[in-house]
Unconditional design. Structure first.
Length: 94
C-alpha cells in the first residue's frame, strides 16, 4: 500500500512524530515545574510553622497557594485532551 493510499506521506508522519515528541517534552517540563512549585509551597509552609504561625493558618495559606497550581494542572490536562481529539477523529475518517 502506497503512502498516498494511507493518507499521509513519510515526511508528514515524521513531522507529526516530532511535534508529538516536542509536545510530550513540553508537557513533562510543565508537569515538573508544577511539582516543583508544590514542593516550594511545602517548604515555605514549613518555614511559616517554624516562625510561629498556627498550623491552621498555614494550612489555609497552603490551600490558597495550591489552588492556582491545581488550575494550571487542570488546564494542561484539558489542552492535552483537546489536542488529541481531532487526531482521533481524523484517523477514524480514513
Amino acid at each position: 500500500m502506497s503512502a498516498k493510499k494511507r493518507g499521509r506521506s513519510t515526511s508528514q508522519r515524521a513531522m507529526s512524530t516530532r511535534a508529538t515528541e516536542r509536545s510530550r517534552s513540553a508537557g513533562y517540563a510543565y508537569a515538573f515545574l508544577l511539582i516543583l512549585q508544590t514542593i516550594l509551597i511545602g517548604v515555605n509552609a514549613e518555614n511559616r510553622l517554624q516562625q510561629g504561625d498556627s498550623p491552621i493558618e498555614v494550612l489555609i495559606w497552603m490551600i490558597n497557594q495550591c489552588i492556582p497550581v491545581l488550575k494550571q494542572a487542570s488546564s494542561l490536562q484539558e489542552k492535552q485532551k483537546k489536542r488529541l481529539l481531532p487526531t482521533h477523529r481524523r484517523s477514524e475518517e480514513q
